[in-house]
Write a protein that binds this ligand. Structure first.
Ligand SMILES: Nc1ncnc2c1ncn2[C@@H]1O[C@H](COP(=O)(O)OP(=O)(O)OP(=O)(O)O)[C@@H](O)[C@H]1O
Ligand SMILES: C[C@@](O)(CCOP(=O)(O)OP(=O)(O)O)CC(=O)O
Length: 386
């Protein structure tokens, strides 16, 4: 019997992956860049057990048994096993997988990225595989390849038709830009209508704008973004981040039928960011939105207090603070200055448009949890809480 438990981070893209050139192998039409986010705040956790006594392969996600036959899971498992030493006795035993996300699944918070990065990383440990595994995680979910590394990561789209060069590389580690923080403004954490996979398939098939984005816009923008990160140039980073998010959502709206992931709340957060940056006379906060209405704000630690007091004024809530503010410890949140309310002509929305706010930072890649108390499975391959 062998058992392994790992955790892996979600990541938040600043240059977005949107569109595939190969659906089955999950090969993208453009490079993308993201930051992996602290596993202390949000992570997927996966335990795998393999034993000669297991009668069949099993998979549980967030306490619910799932089919083991999903093509994405099968592809990852096949690709990993191909890299393992044929003589490993346990390579031919069945496996039990149990995974949990400590944040909402399939709600536009990159659960598939953390989930498949964790699965592939854990499988690689189980079968003693060394070296590049991001191109295997990619076959679970494209963005998962970036979660194989910590810090700032670039997914190179590659040119090979079979995808061996479509892999992620770390640009710089997590401690390169230690002041960088993220506020995830959770607008809606229910399951969305179009998964990223479905949405980007419609865009790739029907949008003419996406071709211009992939061939002209992103190739230029990606190099500028890499430089902005290397030089810790927040002005350039913020401009590129916001423009790229807008570009992805413009392509979604250019799809036929159009896909609208953002809602009115996302749009009013975006307007607020622009208003705030104009007021500060420089770009001090940057928004980015994935395939859902939740809006993520990249900002430096020194800006968190000011920006959050504005967000709280514009989006009042009556939720208990311990429930509303999640993640890292926030600086004290103070009421907004009357003068700013006047200068910016701010008005408060009705209560409850934001469900909660996650405060986090750039973090490390996947890792093994050695403590046996962390395992989600028992020796017999069944979940502990079954
Ligand atoms: N911990 C996990 N282990 C394995 N698979 C997972 C895990 N978490 C999520 N998944 C898979 O990812 C799917 C959700 O992916 P989807 O792209 O719809 O949402 P998301 O990743 O939360 O949002 P987005 O990618 O748009 O930010 C789940 O239905 C499941 O198949
Ligand atoms: C908007 C995005 O978050 C899209 C992520 O798409 P997925 O990686 O979830 O899609 P599949 O490859 O089909 O699983 C942008 C990004 O993370 O780059």
């Amino acid at each position: 019997m062998k058992m392994i438990t790992c955790i892996a981070p979600i990541n938040m893209a600043v240059i977005k992956y949107w569109g595939k050139r190969d659906e089955e192998l999950i090969l993208p039409i453009n490079d993308s860049i993201s930051a992996s986010l602290s596993t202390d705040v949000m992570c997927a956790k996966t335990t795998i057990v393999t034993s000669a006594l297991l009668k069949e392969n099993k998979f549980w996600l967030n306490g619910q048994e799932q089919s083991f036959d999903s093509p994405r899971l099968t592809n990852c498992l096949r690709a990993i096993k191909k890299r393992a030493d044929e003589k490993l006795p346990h390579l031919h035993w069945n496996i039990s997988i149990c995974s949990e996300n400590n944040f909402p699944t399939a709600a536009g918070l990159a659960s598939s990225a953390a989930g498949y990065a964790c699965l592939v990383y854990a499988l690689a440990q189980l079968y003693n595989i060394e070296g590049e595994i991001s191109n295997i995680a990619r076959q679970g979910s494209g963005s998962a390849c970036r979660s194989i590394y910590g810090g700032w990561v670039r997914w190179h789209k590659g040119n090979s038709p079979v995808g061996e060069d479509s892999l992620a590389k770390q640009i710089v580690p997590a401690d390169h830009w230690p002041e960088m923080r993220l506020l995830v403004l959770v607008v809606n954490d229910t399951k969305k209508k179009y998964s990223s996979a479905k949405g980007m398939a419609i865009t790739t098939l029907t949008s003419s704008l996406i071709k211009y984005r992939a061939n002209e816009i992103v190739p230029r923008r990606i190099e500028a973004m890499e430089q902005a990160i290397l030089n810790k140039n927040f002005q350039s980073f913020a401009e590129l981040t916001m423009k790229d998010s807008n570009s992805m959502h413009a392509c979604c709206l250019d799809s036929f039928p159009p896909i609208a992931y953002m809602n009115e709340v996302s749009h009013s957060i975006i307007q607020l960011v622009h208003l705030y940056n104009d007021y500060k006379k420089e770009l001090t906060v940057a928004y980015t939105v994935d395939a859902g209405p939740n809006t993520c704000i990249y900002l430096l630690e020194s800006e968190v207090e000011d920006f959050l007091s504005i967000v709280n004024f514009v989006f009042p809530n009556n939720v208990d603070d311990n429930e509303y503010y999640r993640g890292l410890k926030l600086p004290s949140i103070r009421p907004l200055d009357e003068s700013i309310v006047k200068d910016l002509n701010l008005s408060a929305n009705k209560e409850g448009l934001l469900k909660y706010i996650i405060y986090t930072k750039v973090g490390e890649g996947p890792r093994v949890l050695d403590d046996s108390k962390e395992h989600l499975l028992q020796d017999d391959g069944l979940p502990k809480h079954f």
